[in-house]
Design a protein around this ligand. Sequence first.
Ligand SMILES: Nc1ncnc2c1ncn2[C@@H]1O[C@H](COP(=O)(O)OP(=O)(O)OP(=O)(O)O)[C@@H](O)[C@H]1O
Length: 305
Amino acid sequence: MSDYAIDTEALCLSYGNKLALDHLTLKLPRGVVHTFIGANGAGKSSLFRVLLGFEQASAGSARVLGHDHTCLTPAQRERIGYVNEEHALPGWMRVRELKRMHERQYARWNEARYHEVIHHFDVMPEQRVCELSRGERAGLSLALALSQCPELLILDEPTLGLDVVAKRVFLDTLLETTVFDNDGATIAFCSHQMDEIERVADNLVILEHGRLRYMNGPADFCERIRLWVAAFPFKTPDIWQLPGVLQAQTIEGHTHLVVFDQDDSFGARLKLLGAQSVQTIPLGLERAVNAFLTHGHAGTSRRAA
Ligand SMILES: Nc1ncnc2c1ncn2[C@@H]1O[C@H](COP(=O)(O)OP(=O)(O)OP(=O)(O)O)[C@@H](O)[C@H]1O
């Protein structure tokens, strides 16, 4: 059995002249919650669509749960759950009928789990799917996907458009049901909400322009990005000549620099450039990710200064 739930090698996807995935090589171990972040258009959904067979890769290869993604058998597909922001379920069906259909379709269907999950949402078996609110539909999608007992669960912005309460219920249910029951499932979770990422992430995968920009634990990421605050009593030097600068701002006469992968010698460099006082402050995940993505977003890093 492959150690990787998702294993891509130089995977490319182009839409006309646009390269949505650009030689993406990604090795995602099993049994972990991998969170995907990246600016709009970074290629997150494209990656999932290729892995699920909705799009054909232009080049490269991908294995899902150890199998070539281009020739997954129905039994192998059953082991992959997918929920995206659309929660596209047949509106005309009653919840009860839809549940029965899934029950028949999935060999590993877990009825007790379905009831455990759906119980968190105000969904009645006799309701038609089109009558459900967006949050209720999201809950139903989650219940169906979790009850199929997938080995890999792909969640592509599943809480988009939900209110704060519905978002919390969705995440609480996901964490209670899957992560803590130790059934070894792998989750690929994509979101733009850093509070959600922070709650669920074991591993952070940052995509940029269809390429892998960063992969490691969120704590490691925050350790590598620091805020330096320096006071230059005379002329502020060109701080962009310094290594690792992601963002620069002047606030009340102090230069604030968000810096990637620099140790304490960065402070010494600032002093050499004339800084009178230098201070370093750790950053939270949201601010660190924000600086990282802003820097990678073509043409915006210097505007942030
Ligand atoms: N059907 C399509 N036809 C043409 N271009 C597409 C199509 N789908 C995606 N793209 C392009 O591929 C790139 C990656 O899109 P993708 O939807 O994968 O990004 P994303 O990271 O999921 O973005 P978001 O966070 O906004 O959902 C974008 O530049 C997008 O314009």
